[in-house]
Design a protein around this ligand. Structure first.
Ligand code: SF4
Length: 137
């Protein structure tokens, strides 16, 4: 995603694209980037790695786009920015607060706690694997 953003900035920043140039941009696999804020991630769509098309045998044409409603967080196409992580931290705090509410039933508390733990693992994974400034340049 960093590479796509850098290339897009270098090639297109400040430009008005002709329809032909815009089509060329849309056809470049590198720029097939889909934001998925509900899943706290960006999909850098490579159909060969997509876990949302596990059968690789969908209806004709559907492999051209990811099925973000079936996004699998283990997919190799996932990228997260610090903005996604900030949103994740907010969601974790919200879940933990809901766990503490006296009106929250016990079974729901357990599920909310599990969800918060699961999301926290994504934050930790991001912290361990995020590129440093040195790697980006
Ligand atoms: S599983 Fe998620 S990240 Fe992977 S291709 Fe599908 S939508 Fe994109």
């Amino acid at each position: 995603m960093i590479s796509a953003a850098t290339d897009a900035q270098l090639r297109f920043e400040g430009m008005f694209l002709t329809p032909k140039q815009a089509n060329a941009l849309l056809a470049a696999p590198k720029f097939h980037v889909y934001d998925n804020p509900e899943a706290f991630l960006t999909c850098n769509y490579d159909p060969a790695k997509a876990l949302c098309h596990p059968g690789r045998d969908p209806l004709p044409g559907t492999l051209k786009t990811p099925a973000i409603d079936r996004c699998n967080p283990a997919c190799a196409n996932v990228a997260r920015t610090d903005t996604h992580i900030a949103a994740l931290r907010g969601e974790i705090a919200r879940l933990r607060q809901e766990c503490l509410e006296p009106a929250t039933p016990m079974p729901l508390r357990e599920r909310l706690g599990q969800r918060a733990k699961q999301l926290n693992k994504l934050v930790e994974q991001h912290e361990w694997t995020r590129p440093t400034d040195r790697e980006e340049s």
